[in-house]
Write a protein that binds this ligand. Structure first.
Ligand SMILES: *Cc1c(COP(=O)(O)O)cnc(C)c1O
Length: 482
């Protein structure tokens, strides 16, 4: 820093050094208090660069990333919709970003009011009685929900050891159930892509604590037998858990609570417009029916008269799942999104998500095999088995799409579809973008017939080409090499 800029900082009383307490004694004395190995022996090798060099470096780095803001991102099950920038601006407002969770309840009534209203709004959207906003993601919500299911059954002195999960489920479902000490029992999918009720009947007994379901399921198909399934599970003394990752197909149209689900998680970062990818921060609120309220994580936000406060006492609660009340910034974004869209807007989101998926499916079904080819909800699963017979796999097609500037669909999931390509266009994409996606896939299919090497060697134009994903996962080398 040269002397001129120091004067400017001082003139505007922006002198961070003045915020710190004065050193008590000399620097040597302070250093002497540190353990020997923590004291630096030589000056650090900090790069000396101009602002322009730094801006170019980070701008170039950012352009090596793929994001919804630059290109189409049809990653099935992940709902990579466009997230309006206004939501970021609202969350960044000092009213929300400059408050502290340790502030007195009296000082943050506005923030507590938003959290409380969010609990109410999410209950209304899902048909549940109460919500917790603590879980930080969908998987965390599953963990929370299954801990509550366990606590509920222990309280009722029910001996329950098993959790039933369809074979189309996301991997986090069995992982969460196992983490909570349950034995996982798999339920088959029938030829229509629904949970096989016959198989469910065979496996449903008095030991079942819970059935976990995703509806629409990961094939993008609505589980039409849900009312019968719910009634059977309840009769056997079990609970129903709703994995809400696919809620983008249902908001404003129907509610898991009305279908008979007792515990619901939502992924705010999928359905309610919180930017995601690369690991967070997300938000996975969990809603419950009345009989499970006592087991919700502690503390809930309560309203008494016009005052909002943290719950002080909850003897049956499963406890705290996360610091304070969850990822506040994510909750603010979703709250603003829900308020801005209103009832009709939210319904429009789901209707357009469903329309876009059905349009794409209709246009792609002659190129790819679509094993469950009925009406789909917000996503559908194609199979590249015809292409595999010619030596090109779903993975190769996914990699080739990157050369055309399109993100790859989810591949090899759900596990029950051979060479699966799971496409979720979301409601925010235009017909032009969807048509371009079809044209690109038509072109790739032509390449498979005429010049398969082009697809097998893809991607050709990205900063890194085909990587050895297994080695990258097992022995990650995180050092940047130019
Ligand atoms: C994304 C997803 C999850 C897990 O949610 P996270 O927020 O990523 O933890 C669970 N189930 C399904 C069907 C999903 O798509």
């Amino acid at each position: 820093m040269n002397s001129d800029s120091q004067t400017i900082f001082e003139k505007h009383s922006f002198n961070p050094a003045s915020w710190l307490p004065k050193l008590d004694g000399s620097e040597e004395k302070a250093l002497a208090k540190l353990p020997e190995e923590s004291v630096r022996k030589s000056e650090p090798h900090l790069p000396s660069l101009s602002e322009l060099d730094v801006v170019r470096h980070f701008t170039n780095l950012s352009q090596k990333n793929f994001c919804v803001d630059t290109n189409f991102y049809p990653l099935g099950s992940c709902t990579m919709k466009y997230n309006p920038k206004a939501l970021d601006a609202i969350a960044a407002s000092t009213a929300y970003s400059q408050i502290h969770p340790y502030q007195d309840e009296e000082d943050v009534q506005g923030a507590l009011k938003i959290l409380y209203e969010m609990q109410v709004v999410l209950s209304e959207i899902t048909g549940m009685e109460e919500f917790t906003l603590q879980p930080a993601a969908g998987a965390h919500g599953e963990f929370c929900g299954l801990l509550m299911a366990g606590a509920y059954h222990r309280f009722k002195k029910n001996k329950k050891t098993k959790v039933l999960i369809p074979d189309s489920a996301h991997g986090t479902n069995p992982a969460s159930a196992a983490l909570c000490g349950f034995k996982v029992v798999q339920i088959a999918t029938n030829a229509k892509g629904h949970v096989d009720v016959e198989d469910l009947k065979r496996k449903l007994d008095g030991d079942v604590a819970c059935l976990m379901m995703t509806n629409p399921n990961t094939l993008g198909i609505f589980e039409e037998d849900i009312l019968e399934i719910a009634s059977r599970v309840h009769k056997a003394g079990g609970l129903l858990y709703y994995d809400g990752a696919n809620m983008n197909a249902l908001v404003g149209i129907c509610r898991p609570g009305d279908m008979g689900f007792d515990i619901v998680h939502l992924n705010l970062h999928k359905t309610f417009a919180v930017p995601h990818g690369s690991g967070g921060p997300g938000s996975g609120p969990v809603g419950v029916k009345k009989e499970l309220i006592p087991f919700l994580p502690f503390p809930r936000i309560l309203k008494k008269g016009q005052k909002f406060s943290y719950e002080k006492n909850a003897p049956h609660s499963i406890g705290k799942l996360r610091s304070f009340y969850g990822n506040f910034g994510a909750i603010i974004r979703s709250y603003a999104y829900i308020k801005a869209l209103g009832d009709e807007g939210l319904k429009g989101v789901s209707e357009n998500a469903i329309l876009n998926a059905n349009y794409l499916k209709a246009r792609l079904k002659d190129i790819f095999d679509v094993p469950y080819n009925g009406f789909c909800m917000h996503e559908f699963v194609m199979s590249a088995k015809k292409q595999k017979a010619k030596g090109v796999k779903a993975l190769d097609i996914a990699k080739r799409l990157l050369d055309f500037g399109v993100y790859a669909p989810t591949i090899y999931f759900p596990l029950i579809v051979e060479e699966a390509l799971m496409v979720e266009p979301t409601e925010t994409e235009s017909k032009e973008t969807l048509d371009r996606f079809v044209e690109i896939l038509v072109e790739i299919d032509k390449e498979i017939n005429e010049n398969p090497q082009k697809v097998l060697g893809a991607p050709h134009t990205t900063p890194v080409s085909r990587i050895d994903e297994v080695t990258a996962a097992r022995q990650p080398n995180l050092r940047f090499k130019s």
